[in-house]
Design a protein around this ligand. Structure first.
Ligand SMILES: N[C@@H](CCC(=O)N[C@@H](CS)C(=O)NCC(=O)O)C(=O)O
Length: 221
């Protein structure tokens, strides 16, 4: 989602290819397709067909943070705040999200579309680590919004908001308790055109994958 949102927000011309998660084993279509493009066989993968690597092959970038930085350089746009101090703070938040919030990410796998608020109530009740992750989000977002004056964490929509978009989706899908200030930020992220378009594509192309959906037995529930 993060790379897809960044491309939609900042790159006028790109093609998106969806690799369905049919499995993560070496024989899966996903692993074979991703492995043909990237040394880690994970997504996202950005291929810049206009740029060549040292072997003359199209340039491939296989990590979200590296993709965000590449888009920032390539577009010379406001992927990061112009202010150096603010830029360092937004980069810190991105790194924190990239490497942290494990309880929220593992207990609440991102799922666009279904209402999993009943599941969210049980997760909230039983999982102190998830509650601690959300406490940290309250502090992080509130501090960033008051420093930048909003409407997004670093002022204008940027890499840090794309980074937190999957977190916003988890809080929303699982109906986890958030402050009014967080809810207002979440609504602004969800309504931002690049995010709204990514969500629309996700819903249109959704396939039910049981091993990715621990809380549903079918697409209808
Ligand atoms: N460091 C990478 C992690 C990428 C990653 O783990 N992607 C997941 C999907 S969100 C994946 O491809 N998983 C397949 C697997 O682990 O085999 C990034 O954030 O870009």
């Amino acid at each position: 989602m993060r790379a897809g949102v960044l491309l939609r927000a900042f790159v006028p011309d790109f093609t998106e290819t969806l690799l369905h998660f049919d499995g993560f084993g070496p024989e899966s279509h996903f692993k074979k397709s991703a492995g043909a493009l990237s040394p880690t066989a994970t997504v996202p993968i950005l291929v810049d067909t206009d740029a060549r690597d040292t072997f003359g092959d199209p340039l491939t970038i296989w990590d979200t943070l590296a993709i965000a930085e590449y888009i920032a350089e390539y577009t010379d746009d406001a992927v990061w705040p112009k202010d150096r101090v603010m830029r360092a703070q937004m980069r810190s938040l991105c790194a924190e999200m990239h490497a942290g919030f494990h309880a929220l990410r593992s207990n609440c796998p991102m799922n666009i579309g279904p209402d999993l608020s009943q599941t969210g109530k049980i997760i909230w009740r039983d999982n102190a680590d998830v509650r601690a992750n959300i406490d940290r989000l309250v502090a992080a977002w509130s501090t960033a919004l008051s420093r930048s004056n909003g409407p997004f964490l670093g002022g204008n929509f940027g890499a840090v908001d794309a980074y937190f978009a999957p977190v916003v989706m988890r809080l929303d899908t699982y109906g986890l308790p958030v402050s009014p200030e967080m809810r207002a930020y979440m609504d602004r992220v969800i309504a931002f055109p690049a995010v709204a378009d990514w969500i629309k594509t996700a819903i249109e192309t959704a396939v039910f994958i049981d091993f990715e959906e621990p809380y549903r037995s079918s697409p209808d529930m």
